[in-house]
Design a protein around this ligand. Structure first.
Ligand code: 3PG
Length: 209
């Protein structure tokens, strides 16, 4: 991961994870996130429109936009071609990592165990997504996993909501927290952009030390 992305994540402390069914939502969604104070977003590659959503959100210009749920080298290639400024994967995949390095795009691989974290560190990645953070044990798991690896920086994601956010962010090894609660597919279906702005602003407020 480049220092640039680490700085964006450390500055933002919040990574909205977005699963967007239609590219028509991208503009108002980016408006709402930016108005609420978000600085970056992860667009998951779980919908057929994901590439168009990335393109539209990058063109919008207010946010640093990455691609999430990147499971294969081919998806990594498409994500970068669409303009993704970083990649996130739920797991540690050698082909995804190699493709991201070839394309010179920062990637945050996912880990769930000490062995996976050791592999990530060995491959040169000191910033990882801890996934799925809450089912793995939440902040207790994070504290235990982080203790032997002071060089590692975490982006815990998975099952986290506004109530858990401050506790994760208090851990010195946490760069930012990811989550989908800020803008769910339900919000997008209802066009609930005011609610997205409100949830973003509430979360941003909770990132304050
Ligand atoms: C992800 O892809 O990072 C997760 O699905 C986000 O987890 P959450 O939906 O529980 O926030």
């Amino acid at each position: 991961m480049t220092a640039g992305l680490a700085a964006v994540l450390a500055g933002s402390r919040l990574l909205p994870v977005l699963t967007v069914a239609s590219a028509a939502s991208a503009g108002p969604l980016a408006d709402a996130l930016a108005a609420g104070g978000a600085r970056c977003a992860e667009v998951t590659f779980r919908t057929p429109d994901a590439e168009r959503v990335v393109k539209a959100m990058v063109a919008h210009g207010a946010l640093t936009v990455g691609a999430g749920t990147v499971l294969t080298a081919e998806q990594a290639e498409r994500a970068v071609a669409a303009g993704s400024q970083f990649l996130v994967s739920p797991g540690l995949d050698d082909e995804v990592i190699a493709k991201a390095m070839e394309l010179r795009v920062p990637v945050v691989p996912g880990v769930a165990t000490a062995s996976e974290l050791m592999r990530a560190l060995k491959a040169g990645f000191d910033t990882v997504k801890l996934f799925p953070a809450e089912p793995l044990g939440g902040t207790a798991m994070l504290r235990a996993l982080a203790a032997p690896f002071p060089q590692a920086r975490f982006v815990p994601t998975g099952g986290i909501g506004p109530d858990q956010l401050p506790a994760y962010l208090r851990h010195p090894s946490v760069l930012a927290v990811g989550g989908s609660w800020i803008a769910t597919p339900g919000h997008l279906e209802r066009g609930a952009y005011d609610e997205i702005r409100r949830l973003t602003a509430e979360a941003v407020e909770r990132t304050a030390p």
